[in-house]
Ligand binder design. Structure first.
Ligand code: GDP
Length: 600
């Protein structure tokens, strides 16, 4: 067993934690691999430490990689700890005391591709959590004609390119800077920045060739040293505080939690408090585990026991009763403190994440607390109410809950990065509950919104089918084919659409007098169901006698019920053609001359 102080040895400054975010395929994983890879090559054997869920790159390795860019004497932070899982999912999962656990983030953007939906989402999350970040403008090596200089600082390789290549890179970078500005961030190429506090540094890099990686490490280290040193001054020997990254079954250990420890130490004999799905868990550490060093990877054992670990680091904790532990939940070492205080602290932190729910709304499920919160924020922004929000897979009881929603549009379950239990899927189908699943928040919100639109369209169509529509038409002179029972006359539709089986009337001043019902419509000898404005047809009208109740040249109107006029005017005005709208407004105007509140 080894005594391990991770990367925090020099003094009491802990290692800043770095997260990588960005759109899919923009090179997050490659960039992390490159950073780790170049660190392994440059560093002395064993200098780079593999942690659970994170990689520590100590200062001496950073300075080897950075070469002339960095003066190691000017730093006293121990190095950088990179979270191994890139993406905003792990970023939002890893929280500490209400904020992001990562101290600093790298936003990876493909220089050719620019801002994409997940770039925007990442920016929003960084903004919400007020996390400082730099932009890695990745894949500079894909610019046509690029001559790679493996692992070189970016200005060196930039100078060595042709004018045309340089110009093309400049254009791409300016576009990126413009996009950042559209999102409210002032930014520039990092070497032009004096002040990183109000400006975002853009670092051109290639995860493929390693160009710009020295610059990236230098800027991260510099930023942390200059602006975050105070936050790093923690008591790394005090009781540990961390966040659950993952809950995992591990052979020989049962359920374990992978924890990123951001404060203090954890020891083999500690009692810990962990946030649980149902109740807060109090348990004794059984083993602290870290991965076997690379050299010993061929041994049977995947993990190595350690007695003690200090922040910042990743560690697997084996302990009884962890089945209910939640990814994203806080972990606290109790040590020399009243247990109840620590339980209260953990519960207060969990309560802070609790999503506000309403009587009426959708059901949301997510795999971790952080993602649940991020999803809830996105829904709130889109003004979508939530009835229940929980961590966990979609279960039958969620379906039952969703069926209690009053509105059709709320009988939905939105699942982020979760599974649907088999009987839940069946139940949902039976009960008409709509399930939406995705591991991208904006897609989930977008798909739900599309669903709502479709429902609303259907509802409108249903209303349309049952609603009488306004029309105005004139009995033509010399076109009376039959006087009565029914009267058959030629008419011209002046505005709107005249349909069969519609009651019609004639205005006497502002009073509409019912004259009968249009029974049939014939256009050029053929029976039709309806006729649009501008056409001449013959109609049969049950009720009136021509010469007594109606005359040639009379203007007749569809008798529009008050309720229908109201729906048309207030809800469907945009959906009906202009001439119909005109007929409607003439009709209601006449009516309102008598009764100002008619149809309101
Ligand atoms: P992620 O989804 O953001 O993690 O992206 P990946 O790291 O998986 O990269 C997506 C693809 O882009 C892979 O095929 C990588 O090999 C490629 N790629 C990433 N970075 C670079 C780069 O700097 N240059 C080139 N040419 N390809 C890259």
């Amino acid at each position: 067993m080894s005594q391990e102080h991770s990367a925090s040895e020099p003094g009491d400054l802990r290692t800043p934690i770095v997260a990588v975010l960005g759109h899919v395929d923009h090179g997050k994983t490659s960039l992390l691999d490159k950073v780790r890879g170049s660190a392994v090559i440059e560093g002395e054997a064993g200098a780079i430490t593999q942690h659970i869920g994170a990689t520590a790159v100590p200062l001496d390795v950073v300075s080897e990689v950075a070469g002339s860019l960095i003066d190691p004497e000017s730093f006293d932070l121990p190095g950088l700890l990179f979270i191994d899982t890139p993406g905003h999912h792990s970023f939002t999962t890893l929280r500490s005391r209400g904020g992001a656990l990562a101290d600093i983030a790298i936003l990876v953007v493909d220089v050719n591709d620019g801002f994409q939906p997940q770039t925007e989402e990442a920016i929003r999350i960084l903004q919400d959590t007020q996390t400082p970040f730099v932009v890695a403008a990745n894949k500079i090596d894909t610019i046509p004609g690029w001559r790679p200089h493996e692992d070189a600082p970016v200005q060196e390789t930039y100078e060595a390119q042709s004018d045309r290549v340089r110009q093309q890179l400049d254009e791409a970078l300016y576009e990126l800077i413009g996009e950042l500005s559209d999102h409210g961030f002032s930014s520039d190429l990092y070497w032009r920045l004096q002040n990183f506090q109000n400006n975002i540094g853009v670092i051109p890099v290639s995860a493929e060739t390693g160009e710009g990686v020295p610059d990236l490490l230098t800027v991260l280290m510099g930023l942390a040293q200059r602006y975050m040193k105070e936050d790093m001054e923690v008591d790394v020997t005090g009781p540990g505080a961390g966040t659950v990254l993952e809950v995992k079954e591990e052979q020989g250990f049962g359920t374990t939690v992978d924890v990123i420890l951001y404060d203090g130490t954890v020891r083999e004999d500690d009692t810990i408090v962990v946030g649980g799905m149902n109740e807060t868990i109090v348990t004794e550490v059984r083993a602290l585990l870290k991965p076997q060093p690379l050299a010993e990877i061929r041994t049977e054992k995947r993990f190595e026991n350690v007695e003690e670990l200090s922040a910042a680091t990743g560690v697997k904790i084996a302990a009884p009763e962890l089945d209910d532990a939640m990814a994203g939940a806080p972990v606290r070492v109790v040590r020399d403190r009243p247990l109840q205080d620590v339980i209260d602290e953990v519960e207060a932190e969990l309560a802070e994440i609790a999503v506000e729910t309403e009587e009426e709304g959708v059901v949301v499920k997510a795999d971790t607390l952080g993602s649940l919160e991020a999803l809830a924020n996105a829904l709130e922004e889109a003004e979508i109410p939530i009835m229940r929000a929980e961590v966990g897979d979609i279960a039958p009881r969620d379906v039952s809950m969703a069926t209690t929603a009053d509105e059709d549009t709320h009988r939905c379950i939105l699942g982020f990065n979760v599974d649907v239990l088999a009987d839940a899927e069946q139940r949902a189908e039976q009960d008409g509950v709509e399930l939406f699943e995705s591991d991208v928040i904006y897609q989930l919100v977008e798909r739900y919104e599309e669903h709502v639109e479709a429902i609303e369209r259907q509802q409108k169509e249903a209303v349309f089918e049952n609603i009488r529509r306004p029309a105005r038409f004139r009995i033509l002179e010399d076109h009376v084919f039959r006087q009565s029972d029914p009267a058959v006359v030629g008419v011209e539709v002046l505005s709107g659409t005249l349909k069969r089986n519609t009651p019609v009337g004639k205005f006497d001043g502002n009073e509409l007098e019912r004259v009968g019902v249009v029974k049939g419509i014939q256009e050029q000898g053929e029976d039709v169901d309806e006729v649009r404005a501008g056409n001449r047809v013959s109609v049969s009208i049950d009720g009136p006698t021509v010469g007594r109740d109606v005359e040639e040249g009379d203007e007749l109107w569809v008798d529009l019920p008050e309720k229908h006029a109201k729906v048309l005017e207030q809800e469907l005005a945009e959906e009906i053609p202009a001439d119909e709208r005109e007929a409607l407004s003439m009709f209601v105007d006449k009516r309102r001359n008598r009764d100002p509140f008619w149809g309101k």
